[in-house]
Design a binder for this molecule. Structure first.
Ligand SMILES: [Mg+2]
Length: 361
């Protein structure tokens, strides 16, 4: 892994406020922790055992369609025990006082609804407009398992950071005139470049092996792959699991995790959405700054890496997007993309009002 492609670290200088001050405040940017949240990290990001026999159960649990089945699959309603980020909005804002808020947003299931056809996971114009306004006030990054180009095509906003392929393909906003990063040099970081030929090969093999399983599709995300089974009849899940397993047995350099009705195949390098979050903070010149308040919003198991980084750093907060029970390192929940939009709109409104107040003084 190399960081040679990374631009020089931006020196945050904001003459209008002390928000970006390099002086470390005596009050650190604490991660908002709500007591008594059950956590079991070992299970949070547990990759599937490709030799194990519980694939179909795991596939069934990955994104239950009917609320009726949730109770039986998940004994405790963890997200429901988390406070809502909307209910706790004032608390979150108070915790961020004097700190630079940095926004990290997953795409599928967070900004866009989960749909049967992953190629049609469009975000609404209202959501796009909200994210555009958000990015005017806070450095904002989209962090997705998708190929970066594809997620950019969905979002279509140039002033954002984009981290595709689960953070293995990061690009900063394209230069000058933008508030972040301060310097005009573009940041591009691709720590898994050497895996491109292997991913290409596995993509072809998996596409061939799954072509007769109705509804299955393999998505090429450049540095990783997604095998979607949302549209596959449950009777065929065993067959699909067998095919995926048989291919991956030939590639110990690749690991498998499960998202919402999708298998995620990616290199075994120590890089994930949490590392991407840290990298982006670093490129903003905020990695070692205590006066930073990162907010990460996501719905997927892979987003837990980022929630955990924030929890370990003791900064900001993680917000899980979920209507169903799940173990998580997040501190708050939002139920679905419309609630995410409401939260983001409130954040923009609060920021505008606080700026107005500041200029009046
Ligand atoms: Mg997602």
């Amino acid at each position: 892994m190399t960081r040679q492609t990374m631009a020089p670290i931006t020196e945050p200088k904001n003459s209008n406020s002390t928000i970006l001050s390099q002086k470390l405040s005596s009050v650190s940017g604490k991660y908002i922790t709500i007591p008594n949240i059950p956590m079991c990290e070992k299970h949070l990001l547990q990759d599937l055992d490709i030799n194990g026999g519980s694939w179909v159960d795991s596939m069934r649990a990955s994104s239950p369609t009917h609320l009726k089945s949730i109770t039986s699959l998940t004994p405790s309603a963890f997200p429901l025990e988390l406070p809502s980020a909307l209910d706790m909005f004032k608390h979150i804002i108070n915790s961020s006082k004097g700190k630079q808020i940095v926004m990290f947003l997953d795409y599928d299931g967070t900004l866009s609804p989960i749909v049967d056809d992953p190629d049609r996971a469009f975000m609404s114009d209202a959501m796009r407009s909200t994210v555009r306004r958000l990015a005017k006030h806070f450095p904002t990054a989209i962090v997705s398992g998708r190929c970066r180009d594809k997620v950019y095509d969905f979002v279509q906003l140039p002033k954002l950071y984009y981290a595709g392929s689960h953070g293995m393909d990061i690009k900063s906003p394209a230069n000058k005139g933008f508030k972040y990063p301060k310097k005009s040099q573009e940041v591009v970081f691709q720590p898994a470049s050497e895996f491109i030929p292997m991913i290409e090969k596995v993509y072809k093999t998996l596409s061939e092996k799954t072509k007769n399983i109705l509804g299955a599709s393999v998505e090429h995300n450049k540095f990783c792959l997604s095998v979607h089974f949302r549209r596959v009849d449950e009777n065929k899940w065993n067959e699909l699991a067998h095919e995926v397993r048989s291919v991956l047995e030939e590639y110990p350099e690749l690991q498998l995790a499960q998202g919402r009705k999708v298998f995620e195949i990616r290199p075994t390098i120590k890089w994930d959405k949490g590392k991407a979050l840290e990298f982006i903070l670093e490129s903003l010149g905020l990695a070692n700054c205590k006066d930073v308040f990162p907010v990460y919003i996501g719905d997927d198991r892979t987003d837990e890496d980022a929630f955990k980084v924030l929890r370990d750093r003791g900064q900001g907060c993680g917000i899980l997007v979920s209507k169903i029970a799940r173990k998580t390192n997040a501190s708050f929940y939002l139920q679905e993309p419309p609630e995410v939009m409401s939260f983001l709109q409130r954040l923009v409104k609060w920021r505008r009002e606080s700026l107005k107040r500041r200029f009046r003084l």
